[in-house]
Design a protein around this ligand. Sequence first.
Ligand code: MG
Length: 264
Amino acid sequence: MLYLFSHLRELRSKIEGRYLFLFLDFDGTLTPIVKTPDKAIISRETRNLLGLLLQKNNCKIAIISGRALPDIKKKLGFKNIIYSGNHGFQIEGPGIKYELPLPLVYRKTLQQIKGQLEKELNGLGGIFVEDKKFSLALHYRLAEKKYLKFIKAVFHKAVIMFLIKNKIRIRKGKKVLEVKPPTNWDKGKAALWLLARQRLVLKGGAILPVYIGDDVTDEDAFRVFKKKGLTVFVGKPGNSAANYYLKNPREVIKFLRLISKFRK
Ligand SMILES: [Mg+2]
């Protein structure tokens, strides 16, 4: 993986003059990771910058987040951005509205798991179970370390039978355990779907997809775009499939500002 700012010259020649489709994760990418998800707020500077990029007619922006769709829409508030919530299961933007169809029994299963988690973790501080309609998230960032084993064991017990019967899938994020639908849909497929759609809109013009994200769920998108786009992991360089890395959200903003300059 290459440090993006050490390769600016070649990136500039790649980016300049091209139609860009920016796929941006939210938490840990546009905002630093905070103690509870509701505390993540996008800075005025980032907001202005996104606004600036959105004004250009050769740039499209999609926010691809693990948050529920109404939640991520509220966090940004732009009308001309495309939002994808629940790791790609929901997509909404100008002229776009898509939700992955789910088996009826899946919602029931989520309710059952939620009930059991709340019952067994009742009274334990620092955790909360979030129902995101398409997925269920057990957040434990604020839990005391000594309870982590117990929390994970309770989660495992609550999901194991459904997992064996292939009624759900699970995913580990940053201080969060999630239950998701048993379908082969992820952030990468959502981004590909949006890219293909935009190609139709532009009647086949060349588009350079740029995907920036920090979490395991972004890896699906990094793999998809590895050869045909620009992929950027945010954080300490490790096993990511992305081509480049940036150290933190501050550097992401710096890169977006450069992109905006390259657009002129
Ligand atoms: Mg993230």
